[in-house]
Design a protein around this ligand. Structure first.
Ligand code: ZN
Length: 474
């Protein structure tokens, strides 16, 4: 039996307005080579100026991941040539990264949790983007100099499935912190994956690196492919060679890209154009203030505090906005529990969002409106079917539930006094059916219920209808 070890190097674009060492706009999707200047184009003689906001976000992530924060952080030059990097070196952090020795806990599919150690968190600049078009290659330098945060994990993950869950959890963390949109499809989160396998108990095997995976599903598939490929190499009595491979998403295999360069080839040395950064008390206070309750902790708390099921808690805490919305709505409608509110969000609210193609952030339903809707239900002023109807009206008309209730006259007919005359008129309109039911034909009772509901426009409380019919038929 083989054991698998997976470590990740996750890159995220920090959402700073400008690039990390110059004032160029950091914006996705602009006309190629429009957000460039002599600094990010690597002209001789220019000087980088560190973006303070990028550094704050880097420290914010490091603290959230429980890292030891650097008291004197340095930048280093990593020397290599590539057409998308006009300076011929990348400014990164090698000797004194922003954070080291952290960890992140996340939930596995079976509901248990696992801790992955973080080796370090460092800030660097992104390269440009190469666009291969037929025989030509074009380069867009808009991305050159984007603030890039690299989070390096220890090889603590043991399968493709675990790694996929970890990446999704990590993405939630950066989104909760508001430091990045973490969007893998748009390239604001990428990951290099190191995979090795070995006989169980024999420790790490020979590491193979898979470059530039842009979806957590591809990461899972690439790891699973490597597990089989490396096992076959070992079974044949050969050694796995240390190399960099690429994921071919059309064929679902990894392919050799290059054999691994040694670390020394990069000739790292301290960046002479940037002084060391020493965070002061006010800087550290801002980092502290930027911390939030992380998704896993929040999920566990919501389960504890509101008795949510795992499925409900997963849904509600997937995005911080939804979790905030949920908590506000529950607190504003004191009578009912969290479970009813979670069901609204997972069921009918989600259905309307899909129908109107809206996000919860941008839709007319607010936490306050959902809370009043639930309060109307709790008070017995409307029943479920009418509540669902009102929800649709909120989406269509952008009004409060109470206003809509009055305008549409949808308040429940919930007292015997209101309902009895209606039942009587239904009975006198259908004497044959009444006689049949009284004679023991219970199947026709449904018809009478239907007639009462029709006569009340669906506003009669179903329990009361049944109770009154039983009384009148007795
Ligand atoms: Zn620039």
């Amino acid at each position: 039996m083989y054991q698998t070890f997976v470590g990740l190097e996750i890159h995220i674009h920090l959402n700073t307005a400008t690039k990390v060492f110059c004032g160029c706009k950091a914006h996705f999707g602009d006309e190629p080579n429009t957000n460039v200047c002599p600094v990010c184009m690597g002209y001789p003689g220019v000087l980088p100026v560190l973006n303070q906001h990028a550094l704050e976000l880097a420290y914010t992530v490091s603290l959230a991941l429980g890292c030891q924060l650097s008291h004197r952080t340095l930048f280093d030059r990593k020397n290599y040539f590539y057409p998308d990097m006009p300076k011929n070196y990348q400014i990164t952090q090698f000797h004194e990264p922003v954070g080291q020795n952290g960890s992140i806990e996340f939930a596995l599919a079976d509901g248990t949790t696992k801790k992955v150690r973080i080796h370090d968190v460092h800030l660097e600049e992104d390269a440009g983007k190469m666009i291969h078009a037929g025989d030509m290659t074009l380069v867009d330098y808009n991305r050159a100099g984007y603030s890039l945060l690299e989070v390096v994990t220890e090889p603590d993950l043991a399968s493709g499935e675990e790694t996929e869950a970890f990446l999704q959890a990590f993405q939630r963390v950066v989104r909760y912190l508001g430091v990045s949109d973490g969007n893998m499809e748009e390239g604001s989160m990428k990951c290099d994956t190191n995979v090795s396998i070995n006989k169980a108990g024999a420790g790490l095997g020979t590491k193979v690196e898979i470059k530039n995976l842009n979806s957590s599903r591809f990461v899972k598939k690439a790891i699973e492919h490597e597990q089989k490929r490396q096992a076959a190499v070992l079974e044949a009595g050969n050694k796995v060679s240390q190399e960099t491979r690429l994921w071919n998403e059309n064929r679902d295999v990894t392919e050799t890209m290059r054999t691994k360069e040694g670390g020394l080839d990069y000739r790292y040395f301290p960046e002479p154009d940037l002084p060391p950064f020493v965070p002061d008390a006010s800087f550290l206070k801002r980092i502290q203030d930027a911390q939030v309750e992380l998704p896993l902790a929040r999920k566990q708390r919501l389960v504890r505090e509101f008795g949510l099921s795992r499925e409900q808690a997963d849904f509600v805490t997937d995005a911080r906005f939804t979790a905030d919305f949920f908590e506000q709505a529950v607190r504003a409608s004191a009578a009912s529990g969290g479970s009813a509110m979670a069901n609204w969000l997972m069921g009918d609210v989600q259905k309307e969002l899909n129908h109107f193609n809206l996000t919860l952030e941008a839709c007319p339903l607010t936490a306050g409106r959902l809370a009043s809707l639930q309060s109307l239900l709790d008070a017995g002023r409307i029943h479920t079917k009418i509540a669902k109807q009102l929800l649709v009206s909120i989406f269509e008309e952008d009004k409060d539930p109470e206003t809509l209730l009055q305008e549409k006259g949808l308040e429940s007919i919930a007292t015997e006094q209101q309902l009895a005359p209606i039942v009587e008129s239904v009975f006198s309109a259908h004497p044959n059916v009444v006689a049949a039911v009284k004679a023991g034909d219970a199947r026709q009772k449904g018809f009478l219920v239907g007639q009462v509901m029709k006569a009340t426009g669906g506003r009669a409380a179903p329990d009361l209808v049944n109770a009154l019919l039983a009384k009148f038929l007795a």
